[in-house]
Design a protein around this ligand. Sequence first.
Ligand SMILES: C[S@@+](CC[C@H](N)C(=O)[O-])C[C@H]1O[C@@H](n2cnc3c(N)ncnc32)[C@H](O)[C@@H]1O
Length: 337
Amino acid sequence: MTTLIDAPHTPSFDLRSLILAAGETFVERAYALEKDAKRTGQGIPSLGMREAVAAAYWQMINEVERLVVGAAANQHREEQRALLALTAPVLLRSEYFARSYLKPQGYAGDYRMMEMMYDLEHQPGEDPYKAPLVNALDYTFSTIHSVRAVWERRRYLRDLIVQEAKERTTPLRVLDIACGGARYIGEAFAALPEGVLSVHLIDQDPSALAYAEGRNLNHWREHVRTQCLPIKTLLTAPLAETYDVVISSGLFDYLDQPTARHLVHTMGRSVNPGGVLAITNFHPEDASAFCKDWLADWPLILRTEAQVAELFEGLAPVILSRSTERSLVFAQSRINV
Ligand SMILES: C[S@@+](CC[C@H](N)C(=O)[O-])C[C@H]1O[C@@H](n2cnc3c(N)ncnc32)[C@H](O)[C@@H]1O
């Protein structure tokens, strides 16, 4: 007689089923919470609902990451596509998840995505004109570690420019490579007296430059110069001018080590003696690397502090620090003091 213990009653799940089960749990939980919110007639969802949707999202991400630990997304393409198809009807209701997934500019991490992330810093998920689940998903997006890190990055760059401008008696000249919407530069202008700052913005996306100039920096247009240029042109024909501060954020995460090193050294040659070069790069400990890679097809080249420091070798000593959530490395170097 076969006892209950002997019986082969444990179903043999394959990886795909386990991944999809994690996705289904998230989708069901999100719809159940939406139903609750409708029943109670909530406009802006309670903090409890927002946190419950975020918790369901992270439970799914952590479960899938645990299942495919150590594997690159392209090793499980089919499972990844199936999970995306399953969760898209929920996740893509949030414009944040939708933009990161759909990439309307044709590439990941476009300037508008950054602008949206910056806007999410204050009262995320509290828009009275949105449905409760959409607000809860927006809130969930704000819990992503790299989103929080770019809020910090924006302040880091703004404070660096303001500090350097305050320490000089002549106007500060700043070069920003891959500037995107240059929000932090607008904030630096706003924090400083008129006429103490001028900037040169470079980006390969003309719409990013138009946005930076026409929106974020409109008030200071006479002190702003824009140039539409891919960095590969910059590497072969470096700029003739020099600057007091040269920065680049959100670019090195896409560059291989030789190109990144070449760019750091090219940037270094554009810094006036005593000036500052600053870059940022996401770190392998970024706890949101997996969800970006898997659910947004947004892989980044992550670097440890040592790998970032290596980019500066032979140029100048570099000071490294990390964002609060440990996702991002900030690197700053004073040239030829
Ligand atoms: C993630 S955004 C960062 C924007 C801004 N620095 C910030 O931190 O908000 C990356 C920007 O890099 C630009 N970019 C990407 N690859 C580039 C390249 N090869 N040459 C010039 N710009 C590039 C994109 O157009 C985009 O505006």
